[in-house]
Design a binder for this molecule. Sequence first.
Ligand SMILES: [Zn+2]
Ligand SMILES: [Zn+2]
Length: 224
Amino acid sequence: MKIEMHVHTNEGSPCAETDAESIVKAYNKAGYDAIVITNHFDNNLLVHFGNTEKARIERYLLGYRKAKSVASENRIKVMLGIEIRLEPNEEDFLIYGIDEDFLFQNPDLCFMSQKELYELCHSYGAVLYQAHPFRTPCIPRDPDFLDGVEYNQRPNSGNNNKKLDTWLQSYPDLKRISGSDCHNLQQVGYGGIIIQETVNDSQELAEVLKQHPVKLIMNEHSTQ
Ligand SMILES: [Zn+2]
Ligand SMILES: [Zn+2]
């Protein structure tokens, strides 16, 4: 399967320009079998999403649910992930292996430490990756509480993936994924992973990430 691991929709991420249905269509056309919707789970956004925790999570899930609702007619699988920013830092983390209930049960994720988040993810069967660890102003966070790191493939985004290569030499046990960090139709399909297994949802994807090597889709412009 060819899977996009990092994509935003404008229902959930104000910085994204493209709606969920258009994103699903574009990824189908680009030959992907599945996409993980990873809208920003960022307290600065969530506070504007509603007055109660439940309302905020419902609003957060809008883009994922819209994408999911048009998935089958586009012959592509849509899975739930999140891109979370932990207060008060600038780094982003990608989580795979969760479902809607996880978010309703844990609406305060942004205020956890990295260790608390990592342990919570593992207790749920989920995995935690740091997104674009060398994109300014990000720095790599504690590798003891990461499953892996992302080779972000969005062109001209200052990802500094060469620095990531060097840093990873000291942490050979960390896993690697690739993602496009797609925010609009021009950013579709630069990254992702290829797996031999067939997965149907985020939990099954997390199991493959834990147990099997994945092939990374790399874009030559991503290091800029
Ligand atoms: Zn964004
Ligand atoms: Zn992103």
